[in-house]
Design a binder for this molecule. Structure first.
Ligand code: UDP
Ligand code: MG
Length: 311
């Protein structure tokens, strides 16, 4: 059914300095595997010359396709757009900034053919990333794997190869808040990994600001588990019990000890504490409600401005 052996899906957000290099390295690598391949660039609302470069490549090379999204929809959705358009029996998802060395595709492909549905490229070392990013990423992956019942590989980005079977299954998981790593891990099957040293970004700067990273982390957690909601419920219960004891004590000290004024400090502390917990809990509940809301709206995940696929 699928005539192509391999699709390469590349999300692009302001990558004008990397596209040429990336394209050449991918071509050099991929011809060692097959000549039945396609490279799909998804322009995710870049503000630089990326789109121009991609359509130039598409003009000169019939293996190259582009999808130009109508604005910046975010990395996960850009990748999703690429997956939905892909036609290969196997699909590689790779970042454009050359932090994911294209040469690894050979190894990924070989491993997939050993009978796996998903092969991750796991980074051993993160070079050129700040202390804060390393620490937060590490904590995030630790947290994720401790709260899920299925295995999410630690320290793995989206660089991976997946089989057609997995792509087709992802297509029928239409969540609005995409978290592909979680979804792919959730699918199960035989998944494995290979290791590599992650180099620095070649050019440009990370499209993931801290606020995007935070949103990404919240999407990740809320899309795969409702444990935070349960925690909040338990915390609420615990605090209610605790305040019940405090109330008893307050009554006791008022009627028996006649020492009500001295309780002021503890009163302030406990009301502030409870206020904080309530806000936090409301926030978590709000996250889930907003997810439900988005999913109820059933908007398309992305809007395509123009593409050369299917023409
Ligand atoms: N990217 C995207 N949309 C965005 C942000 C990033 O398509 O809103 C692309 C980007 O061009 C790159 C990949 O997603 O190909 C990974 O982004 P980045 O390198 O900025 O993330 P990091 O490696 O810092 O996590
Ligand atoms: Mg990067």
């Amino acid at each position: 059914m699928f005539s192509l052996k391999l699709s390469i899906v590349i999300p692009i957000y302001n990558e004008e300095e990397n596209i040429k290099d990336l394209y050449h390295r991918i071509c050099k690598t991929i011809v060692q595997i097959t000549d039945q391949y396609e490279i799909i660039f998804i322009n995710d609302g870049s503000k630089d010359l990326s789109m121009q470069m991609i359509s130039d490549l598409a003009e000169s090379d019939s293996h190259v396709f582009f999808i130009d999204l109508s604005r910046n929809f975010g990395h996960q959705i850009a990748v999703t757009a690429g997956l939905e358009a892909s036609k290969g029996e196997a699909v590689v998802i790779i970042d454009a900034d050359l932090q994911d060395p294209p040469e690894l595709i050979i190894e990924l492909y070989a491993k997939l053919n050993e009978g796996f549905e998903v092969v991750y490229a796991t980074r051993i070392k993160r070079e050129g990333e700040g202390f804060f990013k390393k620490i937060t990423a590490k904590l995030f992956y630790k947290l994720l794997s401790s709260i899920t019942s299925f295995k999410i590989p630690v320290d793995t980005g989206d660089y991976r190869i997946i089989s057609r079977k997995v792509v087709e299954l992802l297509k029928i998981m239409p969540e609005q808040n995409k978290f592909l790593r979680g979804q792919i891990a959730w699918l199960g099957f035989n998944q494995t990994q290979i290791y590599f040293n992650r180099p620095e970004r070649m050019h440009g700067k990370s499209g993931y600001s801290y606020s995007k990273m935070l949103n990404f982390a919240i999407d990740g957690i809320t899309s795969i588990t409702d444990i935070p909601l349960k925690l909040v419920t338990r915390l609420g219960l615990f605090i209610s019990l605790f305040s019940f004891v405090v109330i008893l004590y307050a009554i006791y000290s008022h009627f028996i000890l006649h020492r009500t004024i001295t309780g002021w400090t503890s009163l302030i502390i406990s009301s502030a504490f409870i206020g904080g917990v309530q806000l936090f809990s409301l926030g978590i509940i709000g996250e889930y409600i907003s997810r439900m809301n988005r999913n109820i709206l059933k908007r398309p995940l992305y809007i395509v401005n123009k593409t050369n696929i299917g023409s």
